[in-house]
Write a protein that binds this ligand. Structure first.
Ligand code: MSP
Length: 652
């Protein structure tokens, strides 16, 4: 995933390009922040990085949005694009290219590719009859619909019957399957990879890639009656950025993409099927890794949606953090970046909770990282006039810990395990805090053991310096601040990943102690004033009471079929399952079954699910329901059905 090893090849990372129909929210921010962390990490390692993000500006949704706002589509998107750019800047996202699908360069590329695929016979004209979901910009067949509505967003669909162009996705099914099977890193995480394989094996249809002409969309070349379908247009942005067909040197340097990140919703069908098939049709190498991360829901486990108005606004969240803690906005932004990547394994769903964020803020940021800085730098001021002492022969006590951390983080980041990379780093922080406790520099000072004292102080500050480097892809402003407090900014020393090793700190550096970065928050105090806390309290009281028959009747028990099962990292007892309960999407359920079953043993089993249990977040992972089991013995007995029952049947 780190590329070819050829120094000339840029590390190319992409985020999806976002629809401009709304403001950025925590979901879109999540993808973009994850990309940014990787881009910063690779830059620190000295790679030439191309990190592209941008906006997907065509489609009927934009036309309608503009009409509703009484604006021209162009003015409408221009305004929203400015909002996106501002938002990314405020979230410390440093992209190298912001691509808009309305750019002439992109429009030209789309038309060239379209014409070329028509010429090669990979795109052909035929009659299309089916359904279309405008909010998702997706073509659907009758059997895909959920009560007439879009299976993805639940909104009404429109019937379409038109002449249209089709791309021969089906022609590439075998080659694609082969590629996926040969390249383990091509699609992640594993659960998504399996989903994609199953999707392709279930039989691919050719993809409709045009719509009846609209003035706003890209015209199909040489056909007045048609415009290019937005997804076909949007996916090609990744080639526009790379200079495909326009700048050969640039294309050589950038393509193929190293990592393409996105939410799980747009992976199987679009990015892992149509997109690689398009590349194959163009005879281009495929991206190295496509990764579909999980979804954030709100604290109640409700999917965020415009209609519910429950989108988490990252800036409102940052503002609250600032108010509650008194920290600077830049550090609150970094705390949010930390929380989203630390709380949930990257491929799984999570629910965003203010209490969860504040707890992480206190435990990991104020206590662990903040404390390390706030207790260590004063020791240097007190005992060595704030000047980094000579290392001396006794120093280097943390060298191995630092080396292990760096190696661990590299491995984890290679796999896009942001959470485990942070866990590894926090182990180093804990180790360094413990080192101060064990070595008791205050005693060494009292006892006049100057050489030992110097060695301990050097090791601690040197380790904090390594921490600043290692944390900075995740929390760039915090990394800078620590760098500054260590006096390294003033000394003109620049961060590089290679310097995250023991002994690279120059003796004689004047430290520059600042105010605490992360003041502790009185969580219960601040949340008591919030309406959601009262609701939590109410829910807790309700839980403690016995239930009436009516309440029992309210329990919705349904049959389900386990379609995926895997262990929850670092939790001995937990499995995360995906259970088909007859809904459009399988439910994600966290169950305490890991000591009883191998994940594989559960696949295909019929289980009974409490379907209307309020969602919970377990180890940061969202759980939507409960699976029934009984008994004392190992393994537990799963409650299942006597005969074959399809998923989604009510248990009466
Ligand atoms: N325009 C298309 C992408 C085209 S890429 C060639 C699109 N845009 S989007 O604005 O709807 O969403 C972009 C990304 O945001 C997706 O990766 C999606 O998964 C992510 N998220 C949107 N809501 C989300 C959550 N609530 N949680 C996590 N990510 C989610 O799709």
């Amino acid at each position: 995933m780190t590329g070819t090893g050829d120094a000339q090849k840029a590390f190319y990372i992409t985020s999806p390009i976002y629809y401009v129909s709304g403001q950025p929210h925590i979901g879109t921010a999540y993808t973009t922040i994850a990309c940014d962390v990787l881009a910063r990490y690779q830059r620190l390692r000295g790679r030439d990085v191309v990190f592209a993000t941008g906006t997907d500006e065509h489609g009927q949704k934009v036309v309608r949005g503009a009409a509703d706002a009484g604006m021209s589509p162009q003015d409408f998107v221009d305004g929203l694009v400015a909002d996106y750019k501002r938002a990314w800047e405020r979230l410390h996202v440093e992209y190298s290219r912001f691509i808009r699908t309305t750019e002439p360069e992109h429009t030209r590329l789309v038309q060239r590719v379209f014409a070329r695929l028509v010429a090669s016979g990979d795109i052909y004209k035929a009659e299309y009859t089916g359904w279309y979901c405008i909010p998702c910009e997706t073509y659907l067949l009758e059997q895909d619909l959920d009560d007439g509505n879009c299976p993805e967003c639940g909104r009404p669909t429109e019937q379409v019957s038109q002449e249209a162009y089709f791309f021969r996705t089906s022609k590439y099914a075998d080659a694609l399957l082969h590629h996926i099977e040969e390249h383990e890193d091509f699609i992640g995480p594993d659960s998504r990879r399996n989903e994609v394989i199953a999707f392709i094996k279930s039989g691919l249809r050719d993809s409709c890639v045009s719509r009846t002409r609209s003035d706003w969309d890209i015209p199909v070349p040489d056909d007045e009656s048609q415009s290019v379908y937005v997804w076909f247009d949007a996916l090609l942005n990744y080639l526009t950025v790379a200079g495909y067909g326009d700048d050969e040197d640039r294309f050589e340097r950038i393509w193929p993409a190293d990592v393409q990140l996105m939410g799980k919703d747009i992976l199987p069908r679009f990015h892992a099927t149509i997109w690689p098939a398009m590349l194959m049709a163009l005879g281009l190498p495929l991206p190295r890794t496509l990764f579909g991360h999980g979804w954030w829901s709100d604290a109640d486990g409700q999917k965020m949606s415009k209609s519910k108005g429950n989108f988490i606004d990252p800036f409102e969240t940052v503002q609250r953090l600032v108010e509650y803690s008194g920290t600077r906005t830049a550090f609150a932004v970094d705390a949010l970046r930390y929380y989203v990547l630390r709380e949930v394994p990257f491929g799984l769903d999570g629910s965003f909770s203010m209490r969860g964020l504040l707890s992480r803020f206190n435990a990991d940021l104020a206590n662990d990282l903040g404390n390390l800085l706030n207790r260590s730098l004063p020791l240097l001021q007190r005992y060595v006039d704030g000047i980094v002492p000579e290392a001396g022969p006794a120093s280097g006590a943390l060298a191995e810990d630092i080396a292990r951390t760096v190696a661990g983080m590299e491995t984890q980041l290679e796999r896009l395990n942001y959470r485990d990379a942070l866990i590894a780093l926090w182990q180093l922080i804990a180790r360094c805090n413990k080192f101060v406790d064990e070595r008791e520099p205050w005693l060494l000072h009292k006892q006049g053991k100057r050489v030992e004292l110097d060695a301990v102080l050097y090791d601690v500050v040197d380790c904090i310096r390594a921490v600043a480097i290692l944390v900075s892809p995740f929390m760039p402003e915090v990394g800078e601040e620590v760098w500054d407090q260590l006096g390294l900014k003033h000394a003109g020393t620049r961060m590089s990943w290679a310097d995250a090793r023991a002994g690279a700190l120059a003796p004689g550096t004047h430290i520059n102690r600042g105010v605490p970065i992360f003041p502790r928050i009185d969580i219960d105090g601040v949340l008591a004033e919030q309406p959601e806390a009262a609701e939590e309290q109410q829910a807790a009281t309700a839980k403690a009471n016995a239930i009436s028959f009516k309440q029992f009747q309210a329990v919705e028990l349904v049959t389900g079929k386990v379609v995926e099962a895997e262990r929850v990292p670092e939790a001995d007892k937990l499995l995360v399952l995906r259970v088909d309960v007859g809904e459009a999407q399988p439910r994600q359920i966290v169950a305490g079954l890991a000591e009883h079953f191998n994940p594989r043993q559960l696949l295909g089993r019929t289980v009974i699910v409490v379907a209307n249990l309020e969602p919970a977040t377990i180890r940061g992972i969202e759980s939507n329901g409960m699976i029934l089991a009984a008994g004392e013995k190992q393994p537990l007995a799963l409650i299942t059905t006597d005969g074959e029952v399809e998923p989604g049947h009510k248990v009466r």
